[in-house]
Ligand binder design. Structure first.
Ligand code: 5GP
Length: 194
């Protein structure tokens, strides 16, 4: 998606450890116009698959997921990272290791909102080593729901999450794939469906 790539080039910052900081439009401040186009793009890519639920993880997956849900006319569920008085049992739960925070957290989705009749599109802001998607896939499997695929805003193609998941036959559509962040320079991968 060209507008996303332009935005990454204009406002993305490369941090040590091959981390791309996109706080200016995705992870802290959110650009609604860009999110609108992201939602439209995912909705087109995943049209006619019978998808009736979108599942993401709080917090940075929520904006692109809601815009996609708006365009597809389906509800959006975000897996929560902390339990609360209102969310403590009747849950699907799994643990996810966060690449950026270097911590493991438990994520949960209420059984009220996901079940065996659902066809799910997973959505997330980044795909790096794949831990976040593996966690969401585990939750979809626990629910007995069908997985239609995953939409990713920014894939770090130099980390192996996308490769491993595609090898397992999971459809993954990324809107921008980064080939390298070496020496502070952002290079996009020309291959794939971007
Ligand atoms: P994975 O679980 O695939 O290793 O990483 C995906 C998750 O880690 C995303 O949900 C995102 O929050 C975070 N993440 C991984 N790499 C980056 C990065 O380079 N920049 C930012 N902003 N987040 C990242």
């Amino acid at each position: 998606m060209q507008a996303l790539k332009d935005k990454i080039m204009q406002e993305g910052k490369v941090l040590p450890g091959s981390v791309l900081k996109v706080d200016a439009f995705l992870n802290h401040q959110i650009d609604p116009v860009l999110m609108k186009e992201i939602g439209e793009t995912f909705a087109k890519k995943f049209a006619n698959q019978g998808i009736n639920k979108i599942v993401t993880i709080e917090s940075s997956g929520i904006a692109p997921a809601v815009m996609t849900g708006l365009n597809m006319g389906v509800p959006v569920i975000f897996a929560r990272k902390s339990k609360s008085l209102t969310l403590k049992d009747h849950l699907y739960s799994t643990s996810v290791y966060s690449y950026t925070k270097q911590t493991t957290s438990e994520i949960s989705v209420s059984k009220d909102f996901l079940g065996k009749d659902d066809v799910v599109l997973l959505l997330d802001d980044f795909l790096a080593n794949g831990q976040a998607l593996y966690g969401l896939i585990d939750i979809v499997n626990q629910a007995g729901a069908k997985l239609a695929g995953a939409g990713i805003v920014i894939e770090k193609g130099f980390q192996d999450g996308g490769k491993k998941l595609r090898q397992q036959g999971i459809r993954i559509e990324s809107l921008a794939t980064i080939a390298s962040l070496q020496d502070g320079k952002i290079t996009f991968s020309e291959s794939g469906a971007n």
